[in-house]
Design a protein. Structure first.
Lengths: 941, 76
């Protein structure tokens, strides 16, 4: 069922330079060549009856309801599959057409409940609507003959049901699964009367390849496929457009509401990141927002061994502020700091960093991007001048060669993956660089031309080998380099990269990838003509994360793959607002727009706006805060929306650091692991309970709109303002729009951003200013932001994390589709149906050597600690490499990760941990959501 | 701050910039430390380089010694 108030024009828009003018029911209409008669009619405000057509699916022509007559032509062609022609005169209504349509509708309705009130879609299903439109008054065949009414309902999916007795076999669901999602999980099984939509091969939904994206449910014109929440709560009466709070794709959604309850989330067909598509998390896994575990009362305690005491907001804020002030008096101004989160809005992150800089009077503010994409910031800013992805998502549709590096889009960024798969099905070539065989490597309709399965930790060696091949085989785009890049730096880099030490043959023993494969992939990428890089944390979370980003930038500049659609270097951001929280000044060395705090003119601008004197020195990063806490010079922390105790590496080190602090204030929607070390808990608001903006991985700023009242009574930005006021630094805003106005006043790349513009345009990609008032989909067109592109030598330096006799395997980590990060949200939804526990993937060869069978419990021991997981034998990982996800707290993956980090940014090296794996009789502790295993905990003070 | 940790981080920074010509490598390493390291971290590494610095790579020690010692923190 489509979202309420959505207009469906029947078939997709066509883009063509040539336009066609025709006449529909006497109305003249001009449309791009290739447009269907149905769409042209709809654009002329003539709605042709339809059932199998929808404007997000290619025309199919099966329902025979959209028949029309065309002057000068015989017959009754389907308007959905007939393209317009110049001078056509189309008639959509006639006695004959009415008769034909009624005949068709009568057959449909003969096998369907006639009474609209029986319809589970609340009397609003398209089938009943079309019966009314065509004037069907009675059905002659309803009482006799065979029907499908006794077929059993498939309730196997936790979020929607499939009632085949209500199915009209229009194939919209099948086509949605094929064309939009690209999974091909559904089919029409059987022939004639026995035709029936079937997931997989006569399977239930839960047993099929279905990924529960919900595209089929949205496509269904009847009540055959329905969200269970709609069946329980009834159809919504209004909708509010907002932005998903999961991954960095930042899908636009319509939150459909009835009374004060959300009925369902429907992807917004006008949303530019997702074009009306979604994944299982965004569409269905929002129940955590009202989960009973939500904490809605402020709480304080003097010692972490004391029980929590519920207090008023005033008392909690007063206590927190007084403790921060005491600590600063006792230990110095730099003894406190704050952490913002990528789960928070731009406005919230901006306020936290403002509080730290202006009220605390130091720059000890950092954000969780520290542990994911901080190397992206360093690398892309150094090479191009802007620490952000170069393209919009739709750019991938113009790519000829797609290189996916250290990312798993079908699991981590599923909606973007669907767009990418569409392009791949249309013929783009694919190179995958990953230690583990991700799904994209081989799917029924998508396969990688080259899968470079490298040893974890050797990205830089591989990227250098690719660049070496391009340079030494004469494939460099010298014209682009001459025009766009610094010649001196290029010359130095060229000499470096041409050294045989960087050749595929030399690096083969490091990376484990055959030289011939590397050379072939390099040739493919270089020849494009449009080649695009998409990468994830498999690039950044390494000791050479920043070097690897620079190496990718070198490769893109070398081949001229920047500054136009279809190319670029594109980080796939893990969380919804990684980009935004960085943009608005969450890093300790930068104010908004990535400008260094040491710039006196810049500080003067902020000082004039904020009425304070700012510290010119960079502050502590998150890992530095932990180190400073352990040496006694850092004693207080304000953490908003981030669970550092669970998500940061070497959990025991983090726990010790938090235990050494005298005031820890946690602001979150759940009692998370960090809160166990806290003295003040301030209840947060979910994305459904507040106003603000998120900025996705394509730099797109989208509105977050308040759908529900804040459960704890305050939106997060209000809490930060309250704390600042109590600290003696009032921050007064009437609405988050005023916060964005302040960001825009202070930040050249945001100068043109306002809530009014977001209302007008829907969303906008920064830079948005006088030069680009409607935003910037593709960056570095004609010239890099920094002027000349910068080539830098990127010598491969092996990580200090070495394998050896004690720890002979390398552990690397990743995500699964249905869960999100440490699972705080998704484990509180029915998504647990699909991923009850984290597993350790191990190659059968390694398993056999250790006597490990599939399903056995194994201990994974590193230099930092040990955890217990169940083993899963698979050849997706190579010998010598094991892999796990980190969605369940009892897995405690960060118990084993070490403190090795990226040289430039201190981003932890999550992706390479030397481990030993052995069978064990121990079992992991089963813990409530958000709690670490005992082995990872230290006693609170 | 854990001195051993600071030394390791400083050496890794020098490891990247060490690919450049010597003078550029030293100035880039020093600039990186000044841009990204909080004063108490810089104070500690400078003090170490001044009194010993044996565990710092030669180039890194030269870069650290170019840094100005940050002023001690003001009272809160």
């Amino acid at each position: 069922m489509q979202s309420i108030n959505d207009q469906d024009l029947g078939t997709p828009a066509r883009h063509a330079a040539q336009t066609i003018t025709l006449e529909v029911d006497g109305r003249e209409v001009t449309v791009p060549a290739g447009t269907s008669i149905m769409r042209a009619a709809a654009l002329a405000d003539v709605m042709v009856p339809k059932l199998c057509a929808s404007d997000n699916l290619e025309p199919f022509g099966s329902c025979r309801l959209c028949l029309v007559q065309i002057e000068g032509r015989n017959g009754y062609p389907a308007s959905c599959t007939t393209p317009v022609e110049s001078g056509m005169k189309v008639h959509t209504q006639s006695e004959k057409l009415t008769s034909l349509r009624r005949g068709v509708m009568e057959l449909y309705m003969s096998d369907h409940p006639l009474d609209p009130f029986e319809c589970k879609a609340g009397g609003k299903c398209e089938l009943h609507e079309m019966a009314r439109v065509v004037g069907l008054e009675r059905v002659r065949y309803a009482d006799h003959g065979r029907t499908h009414r006794e077929l059993p309902v498939d309730e196997s999916n936790p979020y929607f049901s499939f009632d085949p007795s209500r199915c009209i076999v229009c194939s919209r669901c099948v086509r949605a699964c094929d064309e939009i999602q690209g999974t091909f999980a559904l089919t029409i099984d059987g022939r004639g009367f026995n035709s029936q939509m079937s997931p997989g091969q006569h399977q239930h939904y839960s047993d099929s390849e279905c990924v529960s994206c919900g595209a089929c449910v949205q496509a269904c014109p009847t009540d055959a496929l329905m969200e269970k929440t709609v069946l329980e709560k009834g159809r919504a009466d209004r909708a509010i457009i907002t932005t998903c709070a999961y991954c960095g794709v930042g899908c636009s959604f319509k939150a459909e509401i009835r009374g004060d309850q959300i009925v369902r989330m429907v992807p917004n067909k006008n949303g530019l990141p997702n074009h009306g598509h979604s994944c299982v998390k965004g569409r269905f896994a929002w129940g955590y927002a009202t989960h009973p575990d939500r904490v809605t009362k402020p709480m304080i305690r003097q010692r972490t061994s004391d029980p929590w005491r519920e207090v008023t907001w005033d008392e909690a804020i007063r206590y927190a502020a007084s403790e921060f002030k005491r600590v600063q008096r006792q230990y110095g101004r730099g003894a406190v700091g704050g952490i913002t989160s990528s789960r928070c809005t731009n406005e919230e992150a901006y306020l936290v960093q403002k509080l730290v800089r202006a009220a605390f009077g130091n720059n000890n503010v950092d954000t969780c991007a520290r542990v994911c994409h901080s190397p992206t910031g360093y690398g892309l800013k150094t090479a191009f001048g802007t620490p952000a992805g170069t393209q919009d998502f739709d750019s991938v549709l113009a790519a000829d060669v797609i290189m996916v590096i250290g990312a798993n889009p079908t699991e981590g960024h599923p909606v973007f993956a669907s767009i990418m798969k569409r392009r791949l099905r249309a013929g783009a070539r694919l190179i995958v660089v990953d230690p583990r065989q991700i799904e994209l490597v081989h799917l029924p309709h998508v396969a990688a031309d080259y899968f470079l399965q490298l040893v974890p930790g050797t990205n830089v060696a591989l990227f250098n080998a690719l660049a070496h091949t391009v340079v030494t085989e004469g494939l460099a785009n010298e014209q682009f380099i001459n025009e766009r890049c610094d010649p001196k730096e290029y010359a130095a880099w060229r000499a470096f990269i041409a050294d045989p030490v960087n050749s595929p043959e030399a690096t083969e023993r490091i990376t484990g990838v055959a030289a011939a494969e590397v050379r072939a992939a390099a040739r493919l990428y270089a020849r494009g003509p449009n080649s695009a890089i998409y990468y994830g944390l498999g690039v950044t979370e390494h000791s050479q994360g920043s070097t690897a980003v620079l190496a990718m930038a070198n490769l893109a500049m070398l081949t001229g793959n920047l500054g136009r659609p279809g190319v670029g270097v594109n980080p796939l951001r893990g969380q919804n607002n990684v980009q935004g929280s960085n943009d608005v000044g969450s890093f300790p060395h930068e104010l908004t727009g990535y400008r260094h705090v040491s710039d006196p003119q810049l500080r003067a601008q902020f000082e004039a706006e904020w009425h304070v004197t700012l510290d010119p020195e960079p502050g502590l990063r998150i890992p530095n805060m932990f180190d400073a806490a352990l040496d006694g010079s850092f004693k207080g922390l304000y953490v908003e929306g981030e669970d550092i105790a669970q998500s940061d590496p070497n959990s025991q080190h983090v726990a010790a650091a938090l235990s050494a602090m005298e005031i820890v204030v946690v602001q979150d929607i759940f009692m998370n692991e960090t809160a166990k070390f806290a003295h003040v808990f301030l209840p947060g608001s979910s994305f459904l309970e507040k106003n603000g903006t998120f900025t996705n991985a394509e730099r797109r700023i989208s509105r977050v709109r308040k759908v529900l009242p804040a459960l704890a009574g305050k939106e997060d930005w209000e809490v930060t303002c309250d704390l600042a006021r109590e600290l003696g630094y009032p921050m007064e805003y009437a609405h988050p729009s005023a916060i964005m106005d302040e960001i825009a006043r202070l930040t050249p790349t945001f100068a043109g951003v306002s809530y009014a513009k977001l209302e007008q345009l829907g969303s906008v990609q920064w830079p948005c200013n006088d030069v680009a008032p409607a935003g910037t989909p593709v960056m570095h067109v004609g010239e890099f932001v920094r002027g000349k592109g910068r080539f830098l030598p990127t010598a491969y330096v092996p990580t200090d994390e070495r394998t050896g006799p004690r720890y002979p395997l390398i552990l690397t980590t990743g995500r699964i589709l249905t869960q999100y990060n440490v699972g705080t949200q998704t484990r509180r939804t029915k998504n647990v149906t699909w991923h009850a526990e984290d597993l350790l993937e191990i190659h059968p060869h390694d398993a056999e050597q250790r006597g490990v069978r599939d399903g056995d419990w194994v201990e994974i021991a590193s230099r930092a600690g040990a955890i217990t997981l169940r083993a899963h034998l698979t050849e997706r990982v190579q010998p010598g490499v094991v892999y796990t996800t980190f969605h369940h707290p009892e897995s405690g993956a960060n118990v084993v990760t070490t403190e090795n980090s990226d040289w430039a940014t201190n981003c932890p090296e999550y992706k390479v941990t030397a481990v030993q794996v052995m069978p064990t009789t121990r079992r992991p502790e089963r813990l409530p959501a958000g709690q670490l295993p005992e082995s990872a905990r230290l006693a609170g003070k | 701050m854990e001195l051993h940790h600071l030394i390791k981080m400083a050496n890794e920074i020098g490891g990247f910039f060490g690919q450049m010509p010597r003078e550029e490598a030293i100035s880039s390493t020093a600039a990186h430390l000044k841009s990204f390291w909080e004063p108490r971290m810089r104070r500690e590494i400078i003090a170490y380089a001044q009194r010993d610095g044996a565990e710092l790579h030669e180039l890194v020690r030269a870069a650290v010694l170019r840094l100005e010692m940050p002023t001690p923190p003001r009272a809160g």
